[in-house]
Design a protein around this ligand. Structure first.
Ligand code: HEC
Ligand code: HEC
Length: 313
C-alpha cells in the first residue's frame, strides 16, 4: 500500500516539479484577470483625479515601476498628511489571504475603496468620485463600449473600484530565478542554494512560505523576544482588541524584497541586513552570524521577478 502511494506520488510529482516537495510555490506565469477592466484600472491607479486636491494617486505611495511599495518610511497623503505605517507592496497582493498589515479586509475590491476614503490618503467620498469620473471625457470614453460593462447612463463608484482591483490582480511578478528553480528550469548557485537551506533550517520558512513567501498568516513581531509596542500602528489588536494580538501583523511577502526597503511596519530596518538580524533576534530568539545573513540575502535576491506584463502594454 505504502509502495503504491509512493509510485503514485512519483507519477504526480516528477523530479522537475521540485515545488511539489518544497514549502514555497512558484507564482502563476499568466494570472487570470479581466483585461478590459484592468486596462481602465491601470489608468485610474496613476491618476490623481481620485484624491481630494488632485495631488496624489495610488502610484504616489505604491511605486509600480520599482517594488510596488514606498521607499519613504511613511507615505504622505493629501495636504502632506503623514500616514501611520509603512506602505506595503501592491505586487502579488492577490495571493495574500487578507489585505493590510492587520488583515482588516479580505478582498482587493474591499481594499481599493479604503485609500480613496482615508482622510490621510486620498480623502474622497463615493459621490465626489462619481461626479469627477463622470465629468471626465477620458473616462467617459474608457468606460463606454466595453463588453465588460453593461454601459448605463453613468459610471458608478463600484465600477471604478472594481477596475482598480482588477488591475491589482494583474500586478504579478513571475519567473524569478527561484521560481524557475522550483519549476526545474534553472539551477541555483551554490551560495544561493545554501542561503535557501539556511532559510529553511533556521526556521524563517515557518512564517514565510507558500506562493507569496508570507501573506498567509498573522504572526507576532517579537514571537520569542518582545518587540517594543506602540499603539499608533495598525496591528491585529486594533481589529480584535485581544491582548495577545498586540504587535501581531500579517506576515509580509518576501517576493521582490531586495527592492522594497525600508522594512517592517515601522520602517525601522533600513537594509535587508538589519531586517534579517532583527527577525532572527525577535522571532527566532538567537543571534545570527554575518556570514549567515550574507547567504540569506543571496537567496532573497533570487526572489525578484519580472515586472508585471500589464505595465509593458
Ligand atoms: C498616501 C499613501 C497611499 C495611497 C495614496 C494609497 N496607498 Fe495603498 N497603502 C498605503 C499604506 C500606508 C498601506 C498599509 C495600510 C495598513 O496596512 O493599514 C497600504 C496598503 C495597500 C494594500 C494592501 C497590501 C497588503 O499587503 O496588505 C494595497 C493592495 C493597496 N494599498 C493598494 C492601493 C490602491 C489601489 C490605492 C489607490 C486607490 C492605494 N493603495 C493608495 C499607502 C497608500
Ligand atoms: C514567527 C514568524 C516569523 C519568523 C520565524 C520569521 N519572520 Fe520575517 N516577518 C514576520 C513578521 C510578522 C514580519 C513583519 C514584522 C513587522 O513589520 O514588524 C516579518 C518581516 C520580515 C521582513 C521584512 C518584510 C517587509 O516587507 O517589511 C523580512 C526581510 C523577513 N521577515 C525575513 C525573515 C527571515 C530571513 C527570517 C529568518 C531568519 C524570518 N523573517 C523569520 C514573521 C516571521
Amino acid at each position: 500500500m505504502i509502495c503504491l502511494l509512493f509510485v503514485c506520488l512519483t507519477y504526480l510529482f516528477p523530479a522537475g516539479l521540485l515545488w511539489a516537495r518544497e514549502p514555497i510555490e512558484p507564482l502563476p506565469v499568466q494570472p487570470e484577470y479581466d483585461q478590459q477592466k484592468a486596462a481602465i484600472g491601470k489608468v485610474l491607479f496613476s491618476d490623481p483625479i481620485l484624491s481630494q486636491d488632485r495631488s496624489i494617486s495610488c502610484a504616489s505611495c505604491h511605486n509600480i515601476f520599482s517594488s510596488g511599495a514606498d521607499s519613504r518610511s511613511v507615505s504622505l497623503g493629501v495636504g502632506g498628511v503623514a500616514g501611520d505605517v509603512q506602505s506595503p507592496t501592491v505586487f502579488n497582493s492577490r495571493y495574500n489571504f487578507k489585505q493590510f498589515w492587520n488583515g482588516r479586509v479580505d478582498s482587493l475590491k474591499e481594499q481599493a475603496g479604503e485609500p480613496v476614503h482615508n482622510p490621510a490618503e486620498m480623502a474622497m467620498d463615493k459621490e465626489k468620485v462619481e461626479q469627477r469620473i463622470n465629468a471626465s471625457k477620458k473616462y467617459q470614453v474608457l468606460f463606454s463600449n466595453k463588453e465588460c460593462y453593461q454601459f448605463s447612463d453613468s459610471i458608478t463608484y463600484d465600477m471604478v473600484i472594481e477596475a482598480i482591483a482588477e488591475f491589482e490582480k494583474a500586478l504579478v511578478t513571475p519567473n524569478s530565478k527561484f521560481d524557475r528553480y522550483l519549476r526545474g528550469e534553472e539551477q541555483l548557485s551554490q551560495l544561493e542554494a545554501s542561503g535557501y537551506q539556511l532559510f529553511k533550517n533556521l526556521g524563517c520558512v515557518t512564517c514565510h512560505n507558500g506562493v507569496n513567501i508570507g501573506g498567509n498568516s498573522f504572526q507576532k513581531m517579537g514571537t520569542i523576544i518582545p518587540y517594543a509596542y506602540k499603539e499608533v500602528y495598525p496591528d491585529r489588536y486594533s481589529v480584535t482588541q485581544k491582548e495577545y494580538h498586540k504587535n501581531v501583523f500579517k506576515v509580509p511577502t518576501l517576493r521582490n524584497i531586495a527592492l522594497s526597503a525600508p522594512y517592517f511596519h515601522d520602517a525601522s530596518a533600513k537594509t535587508l541586513d538589519d531586517a534579517i538580524k532583527a527577525m532572527s533576534h525577535h522571532n527566532l530568539g538567537y543571534p545570527i552570524s554575518d556570514q549567515q545573513v550574507k547567504k540569506i540575502i543571496i537567496f532573497l535576491n533570487t526572489l525578484t521577478g519580472d515586472k508585471p506584463a500589464i505595465l509593458e502594454q
